[in-house]
Write a protein that binds this ligand. Structure first.
Ligand SMILES: [Ca+2]
Length: 314
């Protein structure tokens, strides 16, 4: 029995380490995966580098023979270089490059050393405890950040069919894009605020909603209110894509695009979901998995402002 436990203690960390390393490349979330899945996956980096560091410091005689400060420096250096290499390799196979993962790798290596390496015993007790407290604090911060994502995901479900009302700053984390965007109380159609978008003169200046309820199959329309503060009309395009488009070649004819002209002042824009469903040329849009809603301008002669509020399904 004791032999089996000892054997399991040796094999399990190595097996978990190998599985995680393969999963860094073979499976896991991509750019279009759900946030809760992407964020939980990040903990894999911490676990992998904690185990990898512990194995290195138990199985590498050359490393074990060094002074303990050299050991820490080398395992942190390995985590940094290997982590950057993994991120660059993932980037070439379509997985997103995440600089925060490199930091998580360092947290993993640090906790691996201070919790699981027998080599830590060469340090003073106070130093070991301080190292462990720092490791736990950094992991706790990661857990707190993850809980914020789960809370916002709960809000998304609670507020549906409203996709974006722009009443909480946390909502902005659901958006991305080249255009600068912020919550603003200057203009609003409901509540206290809307989103102010500063469209630039790039070929495409865009902002996209990435996190929202995916299944639009039971809704009849999408609506949004735009405020154009300029004295002239402003042309923007609304682009809606599903997961098939985003994980495919992202061709123009394989998504929904609608150019709209915003007159000065408020504009209520409505789009029938039937039009969205029938927009791709050679297939029906996957209405059970809408992936992204984008507003963009193209080739503006000068920067423009637009406000958006009350993006909702009906
Ligand atoms: Ca609002």
């Amino acid at each position: 029995m004791e032999k089996s436990i000892a054997l399991a203690r040796r094999i399990v960390p190595l097996a978990v380490c190998l599985i995680l390393f393969v999963l860094f490349f073979k499976s896991g979330p991509d750019y279009f995966s759900e946030r809760w899945f992407k964020e939980i996956w990040n903990f894999g980096h911490i676990i992998f580098f904690a185990l990898f560091t512990a194995i290195l410091l138990r199985k590498t005689p050359l490393l074990i023979s060094l002074d303990v400060l050299w050991q820490i420096s080398i395992v942190m250096g390995i985590a940094l270089i290997l982590g950057i290499s993994i991120e660059l390799a993932q980037n070439t196979i379509g997985r997103s490059l995440d600089k925060a993962d490199i930091f998580r790798n360092l947290i993993g290596a640090w906790t691996g050393f201070f919790f699981f390496s027998p080599e830590k015993l060469k340090l003073r007790n106070l130093t070991i405890r301080s190292g462990q407290v720092l490791g736990v604090a950094l992991i706790t911060l990661q857990i707190i950040a993850y809980s914020f994502v789960l809370i916002d995901d709960y809000r998304i479900h609670r507020d549906t069919p409203l996709l974006a009302g722009f009443e909480h700053k946390a909502e902005l984390k659901r958006w991305s894009g080249i255009a600068k965007y912020s919550l603003s109380s200057e203009q609003k159609i409901s509540g206290n605020s809307s989103m102010k978008i500063k469209l630039g003169t790039e070929k495409y200046s865009n902002t996209s909603l990435n996190a929202f309820i995916r299944d639009w199959s039971k809704f009849k329309s999408l609506s949004a209110s735009f405020y154009n503060p300029q004295s002239e009309p402003l042309e923007i395009t609304i682009k809606i894509t599903d997961i098939v488009h985003n994980r495919g070649k992202q061709a123009y004819h394989n998504r929904f695009n609608r150019e709209i002209e915003l007159k000065p002042g408020w504009n209520l824009i409505g789009i029938d979901t039937v039009d969205i469903k029938n927009a791709p040329k050679n297939r029906a849009m996957k209405m059970t998995h809408i992936s992204k809603v984008t507003f963009f301008s193209s080739n503006l002669e000068s920067p423009k402002i637009v406000f958006v509020d009350n993006v909702k399904l009906q």
